[in-house]
Design a protein around this ligand. Structure first.
Ligand SMILES: NC(=O)C1=CN([C@@H]2O[C@H](COP(=O)(O)OP(=O)(O)OC[C@H]3O[C@@H](n4cnc5c(N)ncnc54)[C@H](OP(=O)(O)O)[C@@H]3O)[C@@H](O)[C@H]2O)C=CC1
Ligand SMILES: CC(C)(CO)C(=O)C(=O)O
Length: 298
């Protein structure tokens, strides 16, 4: 298959690398255009190093995987449209944390492009421009944004050569919301207090986490998502425990003075709360605090 990865960062190189190693033609796009054919290195969890080559695709891509930060997705897709890369039938997959871009992108797409939304629980770290380290194996969740053609399920096969499972969801919004709600607690709290994820298990965070979870779960329920307050608290605790030593992506962005994805995590939640006329004071406070610590977009 011809696969174009738009966003040659940590996640783009991780997915692109595994796909190339499985025999697909993988082209890489960065913000300046298609990258020339060159070598990359993927370090697997066992420390083994695999070399792979990106290709300067000469025919249209069957699948385009957008792996930029959330705040880069809309400009990246507009660029794909301008560069006429969406002129032939293709599957466009958005893979990022946070929510919001899909709703804006759907109306821009030609009818022959199917929009798939995906969320990744893999961990990837870029150690040099063309080197990525696979730091944690996780699942990939995917599903169609609008239509639910059964043939799209076959897309999960594409990722079968990667370690970690890929799941197809009839309703992708459920796992996307679930991840959003967890990120909306762990990421801004760890970034604000500059602590590792596991510190959030300390008793002094319990009341704030409980408020954030009940606000978040109520908004999700209003959006048609199944989520109970105490179930969310438990999920947050499990993720904080499982990733105890990690610095969240938002904390890393704040420490490096890079833009954060806060507008697509807490910002999206607050916006949805306003739409449903529900309280979101806890999330609004975190949104303001993170805006004061780092820029929110590029
Ligand atoms: N890294 C991880 O372990 C995980 C990340 N995620 C999520 O995946 C998404 C990507 O994260 P990650 O890979 O870490 O981020 P990176 O910043 O490493 O990668 C994003 C890449 O997109 C490029 N880019 C920006 N704008 C464009 C454009 N218009 N066209 C083409 N490329 C563009 C960036 O280039 P430049 O820097 O030059 O702007 C950069 O190389 C985020 O939403 C993140 O939260 C999810 C799970 C785990
Ligand atoms: C799950 C968590 C919080 C792990 O650090 C994450 O997704 C992130 O850091 O963005």
């Amino acid at each position: 298959m011809n696969i174009l990865v738009c966003g040659a960062g940590a996640i783009g190189q991780l997915y692109g690398g595994y796909l190339a190693l499985a025999g697909h033609q993988v082209g890489l796009l960065n913000s300046t255009g298609l990258m020339r054919s060159q070598a990359f290195q993927l370090e697997q969890l066992d420390g083994s190093q695999q070399r792979w080559q990106c290709t300067q695709l000469t025919t249209p891509a069957d699948v385009i995987l957008v792996t930029t930060k959330a705040y880069q997705v809309i400009p990246a897709v507009k660029q794909l449209l301008q560069q006429r890369r969406l002129n032939s039938p293709c599957i466009l997959v958005l893979l990022h944390n946070g929510m919001g871009p899909a709703e804006q992108i759907l109306p821009l797409l030609p009818a022959h492009c199917q929009l798939i939304l995906a969320s990744s629980r893999h961990g990837a770290l870029r150690t040099a421009a063309n080197n990525v380290k696979h730091t944690g194996i996780g699942q990939t969740d995917m599903g169609a944004a609008a239509t639910n053609d059964d043939h799209l399920k076959a897309l999960t096969q594409l990722f079968s050569s990667m370690p970690g499972d890929t799941f197809w969801h009839q309703n992708i919004w459920q796992p996307l919301w679930q991840k959003l709600l967890i990120n909306a607690v762990i990421n801004p709290l760890t970034a604000r207090d500059q602590v590792a994820n596991g510190n959030l298990l300390a008793p002094h965070y319990a009341a704030e986490i409980s408020q954030l979870c009940s606000e978040g779960a109520a908004v999700a329920r209003a959006a048609g998502i199944t989520m109970q307050d105490d179930q969310l608290v438990e999920q947050v605790r499990q993720v904080a425990q499982a990733t105890a030593a990690n610095r969240s992506s938002m904390l890393q962005d704040v420490l490096h003075q890079r833009p954060t994805e806060i507008d697509y995590i807490s910002g999206y939640l607050v916006q949805q709360a306003q739409t449903f006329k529900l309280p979101s004071a806890g999330h609004q406070a975190l949104l303001t605090q993170i805006h004061q610590l780092a820029p929110s977009n590029g």
